[in-house]
Write a protein of this length. Structure first.
Length: 72
């Protein structure tokens, strides 16, 4: 998993993770941002958020790990 490796490399290099910016390196699966897909009722389908969901989980883990009180 590349994201896990990126967090590990950042922690190794800097000693800890203090901030995570979710807009950096946003991955697009196919044309999900530029092509509209609709459900059976004609409503816009939601985006695949798996990349950002994984990043959020990793960010919370690392921010909590190195915070003073365990709070994010």
């Amino acid at each position: 998993m590349q994201q896990r490796a990126a967090f590990a490399a950042g922690t190794k290099w800097f000693g800890r993770i203090d901030a995570v910016f979710m807009n950096a390196g946003i991955a697009e699966y196919g044309d999900q941002f530029f092509e509209d897909e609709f459900d059976a009722d004609g409503h816009l389908k939601g985006l695949d958020r798996s990349c950002s969901d994984i990043t959020v989980k990793l960010a919370i883990y690392h921010l909590r790990k190195y915070s003073n009180d365990g709070q994010v």
